[in-house]
Ligand binder design. Structure first.
Ligand SMILES: [Zn+2]
Ligand SMILES: [Zn+2]
Length: 143
């Protein structure tokens, strides 16, 4: 299940379209308080190898921390990606792909910040925020 595909996607209004390369099947959910505020719920995203945008002038990149930015459509507000600044590490929101068939929820991070009002039934890897920062410090960002 490690085949990496080229997939297209777009925002709700269609002003921003993209082609993502190296898209794996494994999808991750982040329950951190920043993602909750950004998406209105958990952020469910897939780490891709590269992104090519069409309609980039409709794309706003918000610098949410020293190391990351979050991209969204300036017209319809669709949340499109989280990106580590200065890298091609794009975590694209799973719901904006045209064809998400084959995706499966493999991991959940910042599980300690998840609100009590929901739980995913999926059997996944789970990491607390502290475990995520430990993995990043070792140069191993969890996917
Ligand atoms: Zn849009
Ligand atoms: Zn998060």
């Amino acid at each position: 299940m490690n085949e990496r595909a080229i997939l297209t996607g777009h925002c709700l209004c269609g002003a921003v379209k993209f082609t993502a390369t190296g898209v794996p099947h494994e999808v991750g959910a982040c329950h951190c308080t920043m993602c909750q505020r950004w998406t209105g719920g958990p952020a469910i995203a897939v780490k891709v190898a590269g992104m090519d945008f069409e309609g980039e002038e409709h794309l706003t990149r918000f610098r949410s921390s020293d190391w990351a930015e979050r991209g969204f459509c300036s017209t319809c507000g669709s949340n499109l990606f989280y990106r580590i600044v200065g890298t091609d590490d794009y975590y694209v929101t799973a719901g904006v792909f045209d064809d998400p068939s084959g995706f499966w929820l493999a991991s959940q991070i910042f599980i300690d910040e998840k609100p009590d009002y929901y739980d995913f039934a999926n059997e996944t890897k789970m990491l607390t925020g502290e475990e995520v920062f430990e993995a990043v410090a070792k140069g191993k960002m969890p996917e």
